[in-house]
Design a binder for this molecule. Structure first.
Ligand code: HEM
Length: 255
């Protein structure tokens, strides 16, 4: 039989050999509430998931600053490799939200009473991440577009070469998309735990988060796709003639 008290004791007093010392495991495991003070066993998971997400956001912000430096030096291979890391981190962040779906709405209500009027919107990592795309975009333009007098339309359409400027732009778009996906999944998590139409601990309607989930960091990289669809489609107008001779297709079958 498992000795619960002894297991808790060992969790809270890790054996600090070189591995533990290098990784500061004692301090890391001391960042959560003492196990004896948890309001419900699920509170440990709640704290750890949020703390791990803060760590991933720290690594993303750090990596984006590295990317900016490599862009400045036009080291595109390094830029793309590091963007791949950032994308994987964003996917991890989104996947890890699902852990909290194993918490019952009942258990969450007691945890929620512990949070004061705290809000995820106060997350230092998230607030920092919101400020980084704009300077990254300025760097992208200064390095990949302006010196060659190119526009986004050149890179994607009129002068399309599937070159470095295109690859880095697609890495930016992917980051944008993954960030939105995180926000959208987080809203689903809220619906599942405190319900649709509820209010945050600051009294704000949860629906306000929808605007953030629709926000695009790099609107020019999204707009170009719609401009291309309009320009390439101009030859047939609004609706194209059938190529099978079978008349008008039903709604929803357009490509
Ligand atoms: C049961 C789980 C969760 C619930 C019920 C929840 C609830 C909420 C609510 C109600 C808000 C809006 C706050 C306001 O308007 O002041 C919010 C925002 C936020 N939460 Fe959570 N949250 C949960 C889990 C998480 C996790 C695991 C993270 C990890 C990063 C997180 C990060 C954020 C962020 C970054 C915001 C601001 C989002 C934005 O502005 O788009 N939340 N959360």
């Amino acid at each position: 039989m498992l000795d619960r008290t002894e297991t808790h004791r060992r969790i809270e007093t890790p054996d600090m050999k070189d591995y533990g010392v290098y990784l500061a495991v004692d301090r890391l495991l001391g960042c959560q509430k003492p196990l004896a003070d948890l309001c419900t066993p699920d509170e440990l998971q709640f704290q750890i998931v949020h703390q791990v997400e803060e760590l991933w956001m720290k690594l993303i912000a750090f990596t984006l600053a590295e990317i900016d430096g490599h862009m400045a030096a036009r080291e595109t291979m390094r830029v793309l490799t590091l963007f791949d890391r950032v994308h994987r981190l964003m996917r991890l962040m989104t996947d890890q939200l699902a852990l909290l779906e194993t918490m019952s709405p009942f258990d969450y209500q007691s945890i929620r009473l512990q949070l004061g009027n705290g809000s995820g919107q106060e997350s230092p990592g998230f607030q920092l991440l919101l400020t980084l795309p704009q300077p990254l975009w300025a760097r992208y333009k200064a390095v990949y577009l302006e010196p060659e007098g190119r526009s986004v339309a050149d890179v994607y359409d009129s002068g399309y070469r599937h070159d470095e400027a295109y690859m880095v732009a697609e890495a930016l778009v992917e980051y944008d998309e993954l960030f939105q996906l995180f926000r959208a999944h987080h809203i689903q998590l809220i619906h599942r735990s405190i319900g649709m139409g509820s209010k945050s601990l600051k009294g704000r309607p949860v629906e306000l988060l929808n605007a953030g989930a629709r926000h695009r960091f790099f609107p020019e990289l999204w707009d170009i796709r719609a401009e291309m669809t309009d320009r390439w489609g101009a030859e047939y107008g609004v609706k194209r003639d059938s190529i099978s001779g079978h008349g008008a297709p039903g709604h929803g079958s357009g490509l």
